[in-house]
Ligand binder design. Structure first.
Ligand SMILES: Cc1cc2nc3c(=O)[nH]c(=O)nc-3n(C[C@H](O)[C@H](O)[C@H](O)COP(=O)(O)OP(=O)(O)OC[C@H]3O[C@@H](n4cnc5c(N)ncnc54)[C@H](O)[C@@H]3O)c2cc1C
Length: 384
């Protein structure tokens, strides 16, 4: 296994649970400072417009998050709900309306909100701008870096070997079959099967991926408001504002008094090893969004900022597939800015693909040639 992000560790845990010997290599430390899986928070939501597959997988994952919380004792996943706000009426055909329709039809108790509800229940928000939306109590956020540490510790306790300091330089192939990984300094790890799960670096390991996925930089902004404890649920739950048109989303205050805001939009196409600074233009556009949407947060000083890289695929769907030309090589990557939430459920998909078992989700994530650039349904502007 190359890569100890959520794809690699989830797969390692599941395969070990099925009795396989598993070695995970990673340059380390784990969580790696540049890994997409490593941050203070990641959104956990079932809300995927009309996309049943991701909604179902997210519902399964949320069960898994609860089970991890019970196992750990102290929560990784905070079910504070997910507030979806819109500055336009939410009709059935809108992304927000489709999510609402699909999830309520499945029995989830979503609550519609209008401008009056926004003013009453969520007073930080400009209720003359956000006139519609809903609150989904089944959702929230996860402590991202802590989750990776937890998964790594669980994997080691189960008998997985995590070999830090090993940066795979390529897949060892003999007679058309993957037989291990080699590192730049001449090291080798031999195995019956190889899984390439190195996030934005995966196309350097598995040939044929460079044309179908690429790194895209997204700025993350961390604000430190006065009396930060007020930016907490239930009045300030995890949120998305005009997600499909403007891409803004954010989180309640964390234990360090920091409120994080980011944008799930087109981003900037970059090299995987490009510097990780947030773009000044992103900071300015976030400030102007906050001035209109969350005026009190707009006045808060910036406590930090950085860029994190999505591994965007041409259609926004992951690649969890056996390599078409190299027998014994599986890829598990292409998170496209929305894979973290699936950490407790995605390992089964990867393990089934590795072991050639049927899996209800695998067809969506199959190896496929590039078609017309589209992107995840809630991602405005595509991902080119
Ligand atoms: C800014 C941002 C916000 C996001 N927000 C959300 C969200 O709110 N909700 C959500 O569900 N998802 C979100 N995502 C997406 C999610 O975080 C990613 O899809 C997911 O974490 C990707 O995991 P991964 O294992 O593919 O990659 P990574 O986490 O990047 O892990 C890859 C690992 O491979 C290792 N590696 C690299 N090169 C090599 C090599 N040569 N050999 C061996 N190992 C190597 C790295 O060190 C790293 O540990 C977000 C992503 C970003 C960047």
């Amino acid at each position: 296994m190359a890569g100890a992000g959520v794809f690699g560790l989830a797969a390692a845990l599941e395969l070990r649970g099925r009795g396989c010997s598993v070695i995970v290599v990673d340059p380390g430390p784990v969580p790696h400072p540049l890994a997409a899986s490593n941050d203070v928070s990641r959104m956990v939501r079932m809300d995927y417009a009309g996309d049943q597959l991701y909604s179902d997988l997210a519902a399964e994952a949320i069960e898994g998050w609860h089970s991890w919380n019970r196992r750990r004792g102290c929560p990784l996943y905070h079910e504070d709900g997910f507030l979806v706000l819109s500055s336009q009426p939410v009709d059935d055909g809108s992304v927000e309306g489709q999510s609402f329709g699909l999830l309520t039809a499945a029995g989830w108790p979503l609550e519609r909100v209008d401008g009056g509800d926004v003013a009453r229940r969520f007073p930080f928000w400009n209720s003359s701008r956000y006139i519609g939306g809903y609150f989904n109590p089944r959702g929230g956020w996860a402590e991202a870096g802590e989750t990776v540490s937890f998964m790594a510790a669980e994997a080691v306790a189960a008998g997985v070997e995590i070999r830090c300091g090993f940066r795979a330089d390529g897949v060892l192939v003999e007679s058309g079959r993957a037989v291990g990984l080699r590192s730049g300094d001449g090291g080798e790890v031999r195995a019956d099967r190889v899984v390439a799960a190195a996030g934005v670096w995966t196309p350097r390991l598995a040939p044929g991926l460079g044309d179908v996925m690429w790194p895209v930089a997204q700025s993350l902004l961390y604000f430190r408001p006065d009396a930060p404890e007020r930016f907490a649920p239930p009045g300030f739950p995890p949120w998305a504002a005009d997600l499909s048109r403007a891409g803004w989303y954010g989180f309640p205050v964390n234990a360090e008094g920091v409120v994080k805001v980011a944008n799930h939009g087109p981003g900037r196409r970059v090299d995987a090893d490009a510097p990780r600074e947030a773009a000044l233009a992103d900071i300015e556009s976030c400030r102007s969004f906050l001035a209109q949407a969350l005026p009190e947060l707009a006045r808060a000083p910036l406590a930090g900022s950085r860029a994190c890289f999505y591994c965007d695929t041409w259609d926004g769907n992951f690649y969890i597939a056996n390599h078409p030309e190299i027998e014994g090589l599986t890829v598990a990557t292409g998170g496209s800015g929305h894979a973290f939430k699936f950490a407790p459920a995605i390992g089964r998909v990867v393990a089934d693909v590795v072991q050639g078992r049927a899996n209800p989700y695998a067809a969506r994530f199959a190896w496929r040639a590039r078609g017309e650039i589209s992107g995840e349904v809630t991602r405005y502007g595509g991902n080119d």
